[in-house]
Design a protein around this ligand. Structure first.
Ligand SMILES: [Cu+2]
Length: 353
């Protein structure tokens, strides 16, 4: 009888010991963090590979044969498209048809042959009120949705990512201030030698393929942004006025030397979206296209690493890992400490520079 009881007691003690041991090991995450960060450092040592770039989908983010607007990928674009399709176009068609019918009616009904003695009628209060009020009502019908759309465009949600877009004669530069200030230079891809009517490659230049996108729109380096992220675009220019335009995102913003303009977009569907410089900026204005590739958040982080940049959240984790003695400090002061450490380490670095 004693043995089973002792066994039970021992079992209980053992289980209590185990239970107390596991919370005691809870602070162990440093070990896990250490393992993860050592993986990260080895990943950094071996240069991260570029992402597999998407092949553009015909009909999405590029010109189509249709006379309608390009399929709109942003909430603002969809609002603008509804306004265009269901308010502006029906109004234009209605007014044009009404004026045409009025003219035809006057031409036929009041022609000289049918109406030998012209009427001397003048001043009709009712008709004067109608032709004053009706245009006012039409203008109000346009103004209300128009100002609402403007208000939505100019009150962007909090940005997840900022890209500084710089126009140059005749290419674009994209800077990522949130990601270690990486800079991408984006040039149009020329055609294979012998292609008529379009710039063609010379020397060792890479010629455009269909995987890059349509002719005159494909570029060597696309602007990469994560899907579903609010992207704040800051435009400026190094020389003359350019304009950053991305029709599928309802974005068009002048890039003016010495001035910063701001716009934004949020595209949820991964893919490639094309635009062009939309301000006549010189001889090769037609040859400075814009290509934005929307990728998953993981792919974006991989691309940033490939370009030698950093992710805003990953930066603090990477720095203490690089400096091994900093690790115990991070475990003493939990969450706030990890947040506070990087500025302290980065500030002296800046001061030294
Ligand atoms: Cu331009």
């Amino acid at each position: 009888m004693l043995n089973p009881i002792r066994g039970l007691a021992l079992g209980l003690i053992a289980s209590v010991a185990l239970a107390s041991a596991s919370p005691a090991q809870a602070p162990v995450p440093p070990a896990a963090v250490g393992a993860a960060s050592s993986e990260a450092t080895t990943a950094q040592a071996a240069k991260p590979a570029d992402i597999e770039h998407a092949v553009p989908t015909p009909g999405i983010g590029q010109p189509t044969q249709a006379i309608t607007l390009q399929p709109q990928e942003t909430v603002i674009g969809q609002e603008a498209e509804r306004f265009h399709d269901y308010v502006l176009v029906p109004m234009m068609a209605g007014i044009s048809a009404f004026v045409l019918l009025l003219l035809l009616w006057v031409i036929v009904r009041y022609r000289a042959a049918a109406n030998p003695v012209p009427s001397k009628t003048h001043h009709n209060t009712l008709i004067e009120i109608v032709w004053t009020l009706l245009p006012v009502l039409i203008l109000v019908c346009i103004a209300v949705p128009s100002i609402r759309l403007l208000a939505h465009q100019y009150s962007p949600p909090k940005a997840d990512l900022t890209v500084k877009v710089i126009g140059n004669q005749w290419y674009w530069t994209y800077q990522y201030p949130d990601n270690g200030d990486i800079e991408i230079v984006s040039n149009m891809l020329k055609e294979k030698p012998g292609t008529p009517g379009k710039p063609t490659v010379t020397g060792k230049e890479r010629a455009r393929t269909d995987a890059d996108g349509p002719a005159l729109l494909a570029v060597d380096e696309r602007m990469i942004v994560p899907a579903g992220a609010v992207v704040k675009i800051i435009t400026t220019s190094n020389d003359v006025i350019h304009s950053f335009a991305l029709p599928a995102a309802w974005v068009k913003m002048d890039a003016i030397p010495g001035r910063l303009n701001e716009t934004w977009f949020k595209i949820d569907r991964p893919g490639v979206y094309f635009g062009q410089c939309s301000e006549l900026c010189g001889a090769r204005h037609g040859y400075m296209p814009i290509a934005v590739e929307v990728v998953s958040k993981e792919k974006f982080a991989q691309w940033v690493a490939f370009k030698g940049g950093t992710m805003p959240g990953a930066k603090p984790a990477a720095e203490p890992a690089a400096a091994a003695p900093a690790a115990p400090v991070a475990t003493d002061t939990p969450v706030a400490g990890t947040g506070a450490t990087p500025p302290v380490t980065s500030q002296p670095a800046v001061a030294q520079n």
